[in-house]
Design a protein around this ligand. Structure first.
Ligand SMILES: Nc1ncnc2c1ncn2[C@@H]1O[C@H](COP(=O)(O)OP(=O)(O)OP(=O)(O)O)[C@@H](O)[C@H]1O
Length: 485
């Protein structure tokens, strides 16, 4: 059926719409008029008291039904310790909060921003301008931070950072939020700090910046062993309370052993870089008495690693004999001791049992060192790692290998296939190459250290040439034609 779409046909529907609109306007006008009339009548007719009662009921209901704004609490963290009259230095927490907020600030949501730092390559730091505020969320709760300007003429120190939150979260703010700020700043500072390596000069340490580039990513070793070392370190870091509870020093001892050039020193550097701990490289040949050793060990900071390389060379058999003698004298003097003093489960530290008449200058003994580390570190510091390295584990004194002395013994071995892949990736970012099958086969038959393979890879910047060099080196080794083989 055809429809008529001419202008004449459209007129009736237009009229209908105009009529409907007129009706609606008339209805609205009369409803408004009725409402005004009703309000006027109510004002005229209802008694004054009744009107008051209705108004009160209405506001009471509104107060009940409308959500009330939550009660708020504010913690004020002043820049200065002390009070208005007495400046007592900087408040450490203020600086920590400032550093924390710098990592949480959303530059786009701020009207104005303060930018500081950057001198001598230092990081630039964002902060709030006085009068500004920002919100930080923690465990689903919003904390509003405000930077409040100093007041008065001598305003320094009255400057503060203030955090506001719903009163119901007060316990959480004090018990978890603020401690979390401190912990995350401490972690960040640790990550940022330049690592140092200290070396002993008689009874004191001399430190220089430690820039060893070895990391667990670049370290060529069996992947499972590598992961287990990383897991061990992570566990160690988390166990502060555990060590405290059992009354043991919060320390961990590793013995790294294996042929020269297998990466023992590189592993030490990787551990230091991973934990961001300073290294203390102790040269025992320069320590002339137990007293010096005592001073050196006490002088180490927390979060540090004590390294004693080539421990097999440090204690001559003569010094072991002396130690046995000493232990023998003590037995004669009434002290309990086994026949084999080195294997005694808990021999007292030589200096603790030293009678006052003994000379201060006394030779260092292995048991003295081990006992001191065990005993003194439990009271004088936290988060220490002690690492001994040796190329010859079989030459070590049994005292060192006794259960409980070293927490882990880690063998750094010859270059296997996985270790080789790590080295090739380090030098050429290569994960595959036609020469790989041949090199893999050779590595299974030849004992080459990662240091030797690294050296071959370094000889050329061209990956093909370098890999050919490695294959030739391994083949020569297999034939026994490499020098020193
Ligand atoms: N496992 C490894 N992963 C990566 N590089 C290694 C490894 N082993 C050796 N290297 C390379 O060889 C060099 C020497 O290795 P490193 O000093 O770590 O071996 P080491 O076992 O401590 O030797 P030594 O017993 O002679 O002290 C390192 O600087 C590094 O370039």
């Amino acid at each position: 059926m055809a429809t008529d779409s001419s202008p004449a046909a459209a007129i009736p529907s237009y009229r209908k719409a105009v009529d409907a609109y007129k009706k609606a306007v008339a209805t609205a006008a009369s409803v408004t008029a009725y409402a005004v009339l009703a309000r006027g009548m109510a004002r005229e007719l209802l008694p004054h008291d009744l009107r008051d009662a209705v108004a009160w009921t209405a506001s009471f209901l509104r107060a009940r039904l409308e959500p009330r704004p939550a009660e708020r609490r504010t913690i004020v963290i002043k820049r200065a310790a002390g009070d208005h009259h007495h400046y007592d230095g900087e408040n450490g927490l203020y600086e920590e909060v400032r550093e924390y907020l710098a990592t949480r600030i959303q530059p786009r949501s701020m009207r104005r921003l303060c930018l500081s730092g950057g001198v001598g390559g230092a990081r630039k730091v964002l902060s709030m301008e006085p009068g500004d505020s920002m919100t930080d969320s923690f465990e689903g709760v919003d904390f509003t931070w405000a930077s409040v300007a100093a007041e008065g003429r001598h305003g320094y120190g009255t400057e503060s950072l203030e955090v506001s939150f719903d009163a119901e979260h007060t316990d959480m703010a004090l018990g978890r939020y603020v401690p979390q700020i401190t912990a995350s700043v401490e972690e960040e500072r640790l990550r940022e700090r330049a690592l140092k390596i200290y070396m002993n000069e008689s009874s004191s340490w001399r430190g220089i910046t430690h820039r060893h580039s070895a990391t667990f990513d670049t370290l060529a070793m069996d992947p499972e062993l590598k992961q287990s070392v990383i897991d061990d370190l992570d566990r160690f870091l988390k166990r502060r309370e555990h060590y405290r509870r059992i009354g043991k020093a919060w320390k961990r001892g590793y013995l790294l052993y294996g042929p020269p050039g297998t990466g023992k020193s590189s592993l030490v550097a990787a551990i230091a870089n991973y934990l961001r701990f300073n290294l203390y490289d102790l040269d025992l040949s320069d320590v002339h008495s137990n007293m010096f050793l005592q001073r050196l060990l006490i002088g180490m900071s927390d979060k540090s690693i004590l390294v004693i390389e080539d421990i097999d060379c440090c204690f001559s058999s003569a010094s072991r004999e002396e130690e046995k003698d000493q232990s023998h004298h003590q037995t004669a003097a009434g002290h309990s001791s086994d026949d084999d003093a080195m294997d005694d489960v808990s021999p007292p530290a030589p200096w603790t049992m030293m009678p006052p008449s003994l000379p201060q200058q006394q030779k260092i003994t292995l048991s003295g060192l081990l006992n001191f580390i065990d005993g003194l570190w439990s009271t004088s510091g936290e988060e220490r790692i002690v690492i001994f390295t040796t190329n010859y584990k079989d030459r070590l004194d049994p005292a060192l290998l006794r259960p409980g002395r070293m927490d882990r013994e880690i063998y750094m071995g010859y270059c296997g296939w996985e270790a080789f892949m790590t080295l090739v990736h380090n030098y050429f970012l290569l994960d595959d190459h036609p020469m790989f099958p041949e090199i893999r086969e050779l590595l299974e038959k030849v004992e080459a250290t990662p240091a030797e393979v690294s050296e071959m890879l370094l000889r050329s910047e061209d990956a093909d040439a370098a890999l050919r060099g490695v294959a030739k080196f391994l083949a020569d080794k297999k034939q026994g034609t490499v020098e020193g083989n």
